[in-house]
Design a protein around this ligand. Structure first.
Ligand code: NOJ
Length: 761
């Protein structure tokens, strides 16, 4: 036995050494190729590689790029973004490869955020599935479609931790938790990049927005960020690091400042942390005009900010053309060095080399592949399944859901028969006129024994300022010509004829996303009025809620019978919603972001500190950390979500109550399906360090498992707790586990947990 083990061990080491040797040889080959190429490049051509342009109209800011064809010919462009299609991309690549002096191929990037042509639920929704494999697969499918559409670079995953639902871009990330966020970040990178960047269906990922973009003050987009290093390391940086550890090829710097220096010119972020501490080997691209925006931040003129950004570690300038127009001058004036320009140029060329672009610049330009692998039936099915798994059942009184497949349903609301708003924010290649609406989905799934009556009931909003600002971008709110009262009257008449009301309410797709912050995160008044009238009919009311952020829903929670949060479900919206409403799929999603009771509680998040004067739930005392007019509780806590069945949880059982050094332990919890349906549960594990040199959070997620249980079935779920799980950043920003007592908490969400305790010696 010993001999076999030794043999296996030596085989393992020999193959590890062989792998390392091959990697070294490949690196040496790449370095030689790039050194040779760079030895033939002029300074202008090197600077040209650092320039990223958009050929079309404004993407997410002012258009700066002009005369793009000519610039490509002159070697002044390293990459293009904002175009797609194998033919168009071949044309542009042709200019670079055939007509520029050194024939260096271009990168072609696009915002592929939640699917490419077949649109998945918004990322916040996907995260609520807590299904890491499925999320990885969503990125794989997006990569396959994007690569078939000519692209080789995608601006995703967006991994910004967000604790403020006013911020519109909360929709694009995975919520408030760094542990779950890190797993999703890594999964997305694996999904996009696959196992071989040179494969026909691989695209280079770009993790963004580095860093801390989700912590904008007051939830207002692009606003100032200021936080302690400890908070940054403990809660905000882990998902970016996880993407780096997973091998992400590129990183996008963020718009905000950190420690008084815009991220795009922040050496601490781009060099000290990213490259030196984390060992990142890829390249860093700025966000859209974030180089020139440093002028507005108050750091200097275009030449100064461009030099600052290069020196800080930025390699590619998106759209500002600050690098293109000022770096040569800065070099002549000694404000940047040749080495700094060379380093940036080398990193971009290396990325192109790793993508195999020098071997075949047209790998992604196969028109046949575009015809057969984009928007396929299989991809639509994957989207539908993903959507079902992303929905979170927030309330279900008297088991009003699932609906019976007989009788009459009143389908009401501005989002009930609405194709324009199913995809959510950021879906450049999605075609809304192919989306399945709820009305269509109910028809597809309900069968013949059911009658569905429809009334719009209200506009998404009647607030002229909100409508004008939302419609400024993609024109998604089309208001009815009838008066609000006429619409409500019609809806009430329809409700009165039905057994149950399904009210499709919530946000327009562009209430969230970039530059879409909101100070009121409740339902719009038009919809509140409608809902009050529907509830007054006395019919059971099921709210199907469309949203890109947590919303304040106190009245809704008290007065509706059920709330199914469907986020923005993507291409197959209506089919997935109908599947869940009728119980073809039993909802299993769990919130990844806290729902506050009101805006005044924000920021409200589960992994908060205790303070010196904590308030215990349900209690109120003078001189405690609380409010006079609202409790400290969220409306729905992190990790929360119901099912059509019920689950019971045992106390967690630890295999050891004392550990020392690097020893680990296990926590075992028995979960039983105690209800009437088969279903899935996300079993969650939280830890709490009772006393530490840095004030600990009240709990932090450190494990989860999504399990399926037939009705009546029990399963034991075992969590391995390792020394890593006990670690935190101390005042020297070193990860340490300190001796002392720890609480282990397990349960179906962050609030309803059962606790056991162990000691680290
Ligand atoms: C600005 C956004 O912040 C970023 O997410 C996006 O990738 C770029 N624009 C390019 O469109």
């Amino acid at each position: 036995m010993k001999k076999i083990c030794l043999l296996l061990l030596s085989v393992f080491f020999i193959s590890a050494i062989a792998d390392a040797q091959t990697a070294n040889q490949q690196d040496a080959k790449m370095n030689k190729f790039i050194s040779d190429l760079m030895s033939r490049m002029t300074l202008d051509e090197k600077i040209g590689q650092l320039n990223l342009v958009t050929p079309g109209g404004a993407v997410t800011g002012a258009v700066v790029s002009s005369d793009v064809d000519n610039k490509i010919r002159k070697g002044q462009v390293g990459g293009l973004f904002g175009i797609n299609g194998p033919d168009k991309i071949r044309q542009a690549q042709d200019i670079a490869v055939k007509n520029s002096r050194l024939h260096i191929p271009l990168f072609f990037g696009l915002d592929v955020i939640h699917g490419h042509r077949t649109i998945f639920p918004i990322p916040l929704g996907l995260s609520c599935s807590w299904d890491i494999k499925m999320i990885e697969n969503s990125a794989r499918i997006a990569a396959t479609e994007a690569a078939a559409d000519g692209l080789n670079w995608v601006y995703s995953p967006m991994v910004d931790i967000a604790r403020d639902p006013r911020w519109g871009r909360i929709a694009e990330g995975s919520g408030e938790d760094p542990y779950l966020g890190s797993q999703i970040a890594a999964a997305m990178v694996r999904g996009y990049q696959g196992t071989d960047l040179k494969a026909d269906d691989a695209v280079m990922a770009c993790v963004k927005h580095y860093a801390l973009y989700g912590a904008a003050e007051a939830g207002r987009d692009y606003n100032t960020v200021d936080m302690s290093r400890i908070r940054m390391y403990q809660y905000y940086l882990p998902p970016y690091k996880a993407a780096v550890d997973a091998g992400v090829g590129s990183v996008m710097s963020s718009f905000n400042e950190v420690d008084g220096i815009p991220a795009t010119g922040n050496k601490f972020l781009l060099t000290d942390v990213l490259r030196k501490q984390w060992g990142f080997k890829g390249f860093v691209v700025s966000d859209y005009t974030s180089v020139s925006e440093m002028i507005n931040h108050g750091i200097g003129d275009l030449q100064t900010v461009s030099a600052d950004a290069l020196k800080a570690g930025l390699d590619m300038d998106m759209v500002s053309e600050g690098f293109l127009t000022t770096l040569k001058k800065s070099l002549q004036e000694g404000k940047v060095t040749q080495q700094e320009i060379d380093d940036a140029c080398r990193r971009i060329l290396e990325a192109k080399y790793k993508m195999g672009l020098f071997e075949d610049p047209y790998r992604h330009c196969d028109t046949m592949r575009a015809k057969t692998s984009i928007f396929t039936e299989a991809n639509r099915l994957a989207v539908r399944k993903a959507a079902e798994r992303s929905f979170v059942l927030l309330k279900n009184n008297n088991n009003v859901l699932p609906l019976k497949k007989s009788g009459t349903i009143a389908l009401i609301g501005p989002l009930a028969d609405n194709q324009r708003n199913m995809l959510g924010t950021w879906n450049i290649r999605g075609e809304y006129n192919e989306d399945i609406t709820v009305a269509q989905g109910l028809k597809n799934i309900a069968g013949n024994d059911i009658t569905v009556l429809y009334a719009k009931g209200a506009n998404i909003s009647d607030d002229s300022m909100t409508i004008a600002n939302v419609n400024n971008f993609t024109n998604e709110i089309v208001n009815d010509t009838r008066t609000p009262q006429q619409m409500i009257d019609e809806a009430v008449a329809v409700a009165n004829k039905a057994d149950v009301v399904v009210a499709c309410l919530g946000e327009a797709a562009d209430f969230t996303g970039e530059a879409s912050s909101m100070s009121n995160i409740g339902l719009q008044q038009s919809q509140e009025n409608l809902l009050h009238a529907l509830v007054a009919t006395g019919k059971p009311v099921v709210i199907v809620l469309f949203n890109g952020r947590p919303m304040t829903l106190n009245w809704e929670d008290k007065n509706a019978d059920a709330i199914l949060d469907v986020w923005f479900p993507g291409t197959e919206a209506g089919n997935a919603i109908a599947d869940v409403l009728f119980g073809n799929y039993n909802p299993s999603g769990k919130l990844t972001t806290t729902f506050p009771q009101n805006v005044g509680q924000i920021p409200l998040y589960y992994n908060h500190k205790n303070t010196g004067r904590p308030l215990h739930p349900g209690d109120w005392h003078k001189f405690k950390s609380d409010y006079l007019d609202v409790t400290n509780d969220p409306l729905f806590p992190f990790g929360y979500g119901l099912s059509y069945t019920t689950f019971s949880f045992s106390e967690p059982v630890l295999n050891k109550t004392t550990i020392s050094g690097n020893e680990g332990l296990t926590a075992t919890v028995t979960v039983t399906n105690t209800g009437n349906y088969d279903g899935e549960e996300v079993v969650q594990l939280y830890l709490h360090d009772k006393f530490a040199s840095i004030t600990p959070a009240v709990k932090e997620l450190k494990g989860f498992q999504k399990i399926f249980l037939k009705k009546g079935e029990s399963k034991q779920v075992v969590f391995n707790i390792t020394n890593n799980d006990l670690q935190f950043y101390n005042t020297d920003l070193k990860l340490v586990a300190e001796p002392g007592e720890f609480d282990v908490m397990t349960g179906p969400n962050s609030r309803d947990v059962k606790t056991a305790t162990f000691t680290l010696k």
